[in-house]
Design a protein around this ligand. Structure first.
Ligand code: ADP
Ligand code: MG
Length: 254
């Protein structure tokens, strides 16, 4: 049946005296699309960054694809991951940010090929072949040789998605991928994400696009003050939220 890909139990994270994640319980099964909503500053980005190892949790348990993130069990003792183990882990998880973070001086195909060459050690020819496939997949085959400034925001975000997909991730994280876009460019990015979901990709999506969450999400979680106040089917969370705070938030974004 459905196999857990991400399981967070009581995950905590502080920055100095700022207790940002106060005990996050959250699960995603393989092949699921899990959407996250919640007020600004509630810890959504920090949680995503914890899942792909850009931040390390300082409490609780985080298991991704059967591995305790940051630790390896040897005999009956846990050992902290070394740099190579962290790099290996991170390369299996794709992340797409609000700002596209493309290399400005490289054209689209070079942006997608860069990690294939430098991380996966592919030849330049092979990397470009693969990059072309990924750009075709997000509908940008005709724009391969354009630099970021020659592309619209929506196209740049699709390049960022193609770049993440080229690494064959087992999990894709999206942190408000359409929030920086002009309204008329939002749909093309959501459409790309929808087709990725239909292809069976496991995705965690922080978004204010309630319509997308409802239509594409298998689950919807509401983040508040560093915890998940509720996680359920989008319909259940949206039409019948358990908590007063979820209800108030949904009334504001609708
Ligand atoms: P959200 O994505 O829900 O808006 P964030 O995870 O970005 O929330 O931020 C939650 C809190 O963590 C904020 O108070 C923010 O200032 C703080 N924070 C996030 N990253 C860092 C960091 N690298 N150093 C210090 N504080 C941080
Ligand atoms: Mg954020």
């Amino acid at each position: 049946m459905s196999e857990l890909l991400v399981e967070a139990i009581g995950v905590e994270k502080s920055f100095g005296s700022n207790h940002v994640l106060t005990g996050v319980n959250f699960t995603v099964c393989r092949g699921e699309v899990s959407c996250i909503i919640g007020p600004s500053g509630s810890g959504k980005s920090t949680f995503l960054r914890t899942i792909n190892g850009l931040e390390t949790a300082d409490g609780g348990s985080l298991v991704v694809d059967g591995e305790q993130v940051g630790y390896r069990l040897q005999g009956d003792r846990y050992h902290a991951w070394n740099d190579r183990e962290w790099a290996q882990f991170r390369s299996g998880i794709g992340m797409v940010f609000q700002r596209f973070n493309l290399y400005g001086h490289m054209d689209a195909i070079e942006n997608v090929a860069a990690s294939l060459i430098h991380v996966k050690r592919m030849s330049r020819t092979k990397a470009h072949e693969r990059a072309q496939e990924e750009l075709d997949r997000v509908g940008l085959g005709e724009h391969m040789y354009k630099k970021p400034h020659q592309l619209s925001g929506g196209q740049q975000q699709r390049v960022a998605i193609a770049r993440a997909l080229a690494m064959d991730p087992k999990l894709m994280l999206f942190d408000e991928p359409t929030s920086a876009l002009d309204p008329e460019l939002v749909d093309e990015v959501l459409e790309t994400m929808r087709s990725l979901a239909q292809g069976g990709m496991t995705m965690i999506v922080v978004t204010h696009e309630i319509g997308f969450a409802r239509e594409v999400g298998d689950t919807l979680s509401f983040f508040d003050r560093g915890t998940v106040l509720e996680q359920g089917t989008p319909d259940a969370v949206i039409s019948d939220p358990n908590s007063v705070r979820t209800r108030a938030f949904l009334e504001r974004v609708r």
